[in-house]
Ligand binder design. Structure first.
Ligand SMILES: [Zn+2]
Length: 443
């Protein structure tokens, strides 16, 4: 600020926010640090009209205890990037044509919703323009959202949350709902009745080979329709697994555009890396269900047409996995409700690969899940070659009450476009169908 006031002036004039970067030493005390922060903030306000909340970031690492104490005392917020955008190893390169692809390829994948991205202003020692070009390219190619200054987001307190959700904010109807022992003390017949009433099957899971552990008689009583009868022309779009921001944001935009809500069955293993994305799905009004933590199956596939039951060890692993799955969801969206005021987090379960077996299903219901949901039709949208044929395939299988199995993983490349085409067509032809989340009819 002392050496180059005109540069800071220029940044401010261009509409960018200014913050404070500090490098406390081992011996800096909290009160010295506080003095520094306050003096610098004062200068930013007086000289550069910084009327917004001023952020502090440690020049390296997370910052000393002194910095954190001083920030807490002075009401400053400390920013820490999730990702250093430019790796040190490119800093000595001189050719932008070489630097930019190297950095873009180094940062695999999209930036995440809410992610704080850090660029070191002085990193490129041999070019004054490459940093600007790089920022422009990264924002357009790797970011599904607008890039904004941190202080702009800081003002929107209604869209912020504490993660994990504090225990006292988790809705009572949702809190710790999944734990073992729900079938304790029940007879075998009573347990079968729980399975029978909670299992929603699919047409090809019919024979005893696909339903290990069930008697022939029991097999006859299990659902094979994947349909929930209703008088409202409800159709249930469901999406499985997990994806990245570009894919999910596109899907959410399409559903929003057509006023459709859906059910997302989340494989939770990767959720802790990107809780904002799950939060965004729930905030858009969709039902959230469980799809296990690590995609564990409810039976063993010996051949594609022959399945066996889980052994005791597998059953125990499944139990731990599906409890962890729910807890992971609860930690991110346990406080959220949809447009009807119902909790976003349901106790619905989607069995990975749709395979089932008696003791696998017993484990799911013993943990307190209310339904194990397959569907009327499962798309192979992750193998689709274009949106048009996928839209036609989905269209053929839509009828009142039908549950459609799709994916929100990155390999389901055409799912959003196919739905956009289909729902646009339905709207113009006055279709009676209403696309809603499963919590409209199941609880
Ligand atoms: Zn899956």
């Amino acid at each position: 600020m002392e050496l180059y006031p005109e540069r800071i002036e220029a940044i401010s004039r261009a509409g960018q926010s200014l913050g404070i970067s500090v490098l406390p030493t081992q011996r800096t005390t909290a009160s010295q640090m506080l003095g520094t922060l306050q003096a610098q903030a004062q200068t930013l306000r007086d000289k550069y009209q910084a009327y917004y909340e001023i952020f502090v970031r440690p020049a390296t690492g997370f910052g000393s205890t002194a910095l954190l104490q001083a920030a807490a005392q002075g009401g400053f917020r400390v920013l820490k990037e999730m990702k250093e955008a430019v790796p040190e190893k490119v800093s000595r390169m001189t050719d932008p044509e070489e630097i930019i692809p190297a950095v873009i390829n180094d940062n695999e994948g999209m930036f995440q919703r809410g992610e704080i991205i850090h660029f070191q202003m002085g990193i490129f020692q041999y070019s004054d323009t490459v940093l600007g070009e790089l920022v422009e390219r990264m924002v357009s190619e790797k970011c599904a959202y607008p890039a904004v200054a941190a202080d702009e987001v800081a003002e929107r307190t209604e869209s912020q949350y504490e993660y994990p959700i504090p225990r006292d904010l988790i809705l009572p109807a949702v809190k710790d709902r999944i734990y073992p022992g729900h079938l304790k003390d029940m007879t075998k017949d009573e347990i079968f009745e729980v399975i029978r009433s909670g299992y929603i099957g699919i047409s090809w899971i019919v024979s005893p080979y696909f339903l290990p552990g069930f008697t022939d008689r029991e097999t006859q009583h299990l659902d094979k329709t994947g349909i929930i009868e209703n008088d409202e022309n409800y159709v249930f779009l469901t999406f499985d697994d997990w994806g990245t921001d570009g894919t999910v944001d596109r899907l959410l935009n399409v559903l929003d555009k057509h006023h459709a809500t859906a059910t997302f069955f989340v494989r939770t293993e990767y959720v802790p890396n990107n809780p904002n994305l799950l939060r965004a799905i729930a905030a858009a009004g969709h039902t959230i269900g469980a799809h296990s933590h690590k995609h564990m199956s409810l039976s063993n596939e010996v051949r594609p047409t022959y399945f066996t039951e889980l052994d005791e060890q597998q059953r125990k692993e499944l139990e731990e996995d599906i409890i962890l799955c729910y807890d992971t969801l609860q930690n991110v969206i346990g406080d959220m409700v949809d447009a009807d005021g119902k909790p976003s987090l349901s106790a619905l379960f989607r069995q990975p690969t749709l395979a089932v077996g008696r003791n696998g299903l017993e484990t799911v219901f013993d943990c307190g899940y209310t339904h194990a949901v397959a569907g009327y039709y499962t798309t192979t949208d992750y193998k689709a070659e274009n949106a048009k044929s996928l839209a036609a395939e989905i269209k053929k299988n839509i009828k009142s009450g039908a549950i459609l199995v799709m994916h929100f993983s990155d390999n389901a490349k055409y799912t959003a476009d196919a739905l956009d085409q289909l729902l646009t067509e339905f709207e113009s032809s006055g279709s009676p169908y209403r696309f809603v989340g499963l919590n409209k009819v199941l609880s």
